[in-house]
Design a protein around this ligand. Structure first.
Ligand code: LRH
Ligand code: MN
Length: 426
């Protein structure tokens, strides 16, 4: 299914009368404060967030999964769903594949389909947290950390195969997240597990093309519940440094113990030039993979404030790879992703409105109240008219979610695919 400009223009005509006065009111207010509206709109249009191929169907937990009708049953369907989201938002111009859940059959056809929808291939993800049929060995006791060198070799080979698939598709980065860890005290020799993991990652890093990046994703627990080899940002940073200049840490917002100050981690890793990528989602307790900005929007804003500061002051850190990593257990996956993209754009634009010089001066003056007021003024600004204008100027939908519903796109997907298709993934 492809959305053409005429259909979107017709939908936008429904909202333009409300949008224009709201946009001009905000633009006038901000321009009076010296804000370069044009520059902010360009930055919104440049922001491209990769959609995870494993989150286009319904997600589940160990307690069950409620499938969603019209799910994409093939990689082609998944790419076309990302195409829909991108046509509606102009901010989802990439897909992040998970191997072996999304091994492309006809690479040429897959690339042509993606290109026709303006979709690029972001980081590819390896999977050594599930055993595959006919595997000679098991990852039950870990993969790159395993005490059995044959299992480590198997996991290394899998990562090299994932890189090969990524090369064919034009991807330029590999994300490694390891479930590796232990469930009981005494099960692991922590030092051996970490050393094995470091040696294995260095092997994978050396096998990557020279223009590729390696993202090392950390997580404190699950599926192991006593220890995880790559448990936190410090361990991920150590491993990235042990690999080399093109190895970076990857922050998944859900991979932090309650009340962790993630924005400080962002500042620390950007200062080190080692923040490579993000998996955006939200959570109340654990790795809940909820809609971005649905539980802790102020925390998301504070994270983007550090990202904006870092992108202006840390030239040693590359522009991070922006990706969503969520699981849609009860909502329409496409609606959930539309909401997540909007939340990311809102937090980014609010962060762009922070008077960084005024904040630095207030911090130097140790004027705590003023520092707070400067931040909260930006967070309390409804920036949605600016984001709508950015979409309008890029021929996307003024109101992506309302347009998705008005066009009954889920209904059309069900008509096309039937009610019982199931997407590969979590
Ligand atoms: C692990 C994780 C990782 C993916 C998986 C689907 O929790 O965040 O990024 O491999 O989810
Ligand atoms: Mn993740």
């Amino acid at each position: 299914m492809k959305l053409n400009a005429e259909i979107l223009n017709e939908q936008n005509r429904r909202f333009i009368k409300t949008h224009e006065p709201e946009y001009h009111f905000l633009a006038d207010k901000l321009e009076k404060r010296g804000v370069d509206i044009k520059q902010i709109i360009e930055k919104v249009q440049e922001l491209q967030v990769a959609i995870p191929s494993w989150a286009l169907g319904a997600g589940g937990t160990r307690f069950g999964r409620f499938s969603y009708q019209g799910e994409p049953a093939s990689l082609e369907d998944k790419i076309s769903d990302v195409g829909l989201i991108h046509a509606l938002t102009n901010t989802a111009g990439a897909i992040s594949l998970h191997i072996p859940w999304d091994v492309p059959g006809d690479v040429k056809a897959i690339k042509e389909l993606a290109a026709s929808l303006g979709i690029e291939f972001d980081a590819v993800n390896s999977n050594t947290f599930q055993d595959q049929p006919n595997m000679k060995k098991s990852y039950r006791f870990g993969s790159l950390c395993n005490t059995d060198s044959a299992v480590r070799e198997l996991a290394i080979q899998h990562n090299l195969e994932v890189i090969d698939i990524g090369k064919k598709l034009g991807s330029k980065s590999l994300t490694v997240w390891l479930a590796d860890g232990s469930n009981f005290p005494g099960q692991h020799n922590f030092q051996e597990a970490l050393q094995n993991t470091q040696d294995s990652l260095q092997h994978i890093y050396k096998s990557m093309p020279d223009d590729w990046k390696l993202f090392v994703e950390y997580k404190p627990y699950e599926p192991n519940f006593y220890s995880t080899v790559i448990q936190d940002w410090g361990t991920s940073l150590m491993l990235a440094e042990a690999c080399g200049d093109r190895a970076y840490t990857l922050i998944d917002l859900g991979h932090h113990l309650p009340n962790t100050n993630i924005e400080q981690i962002v500042a620390t890793l950007m200062m080190k030039g080692k923040l490579g990528g993000f998996h955006f989602n939200d959570s109340k307790y654990g790795d809940d993979d909820l809609t971005v900005g649905s539980v802790k929007p102020y925390s998301l804003f504070l994270i983007w404030n550090e990202l904006v500061y870092g992108m202006e002051n840390n030239s040693n850190n590359p522009i991070p790879a922006w990706m969503i990593d969520a699981s849609h257990n009860i909502k329409d996956p496409l609606e959930d992703l539309l909401q997540s993209l909007e939340a990311i754009q809102i937090a980014y634009v609010q962060a762009l409105l922070v008077d960084q010089n005024g904040l630095r001066e207030a911090q130097r003056q140790q004027d705590v109240t003023l520092s707070q007021e400067i931040l909260q003024d930006a967070f309390r600004t409804d920036v949605r008219p600016l984001i709508r204008e950015a979409r309008l100027l890029s021929n996307a939908a003024l109101e992506p979610l309302l347009t998705y519903r008005a066009l009954n796109l889920r209904g059309q997907l069900i008509k096309e695919r039937g009610s019982y298709t199931v997407a590969s993934g979590l």
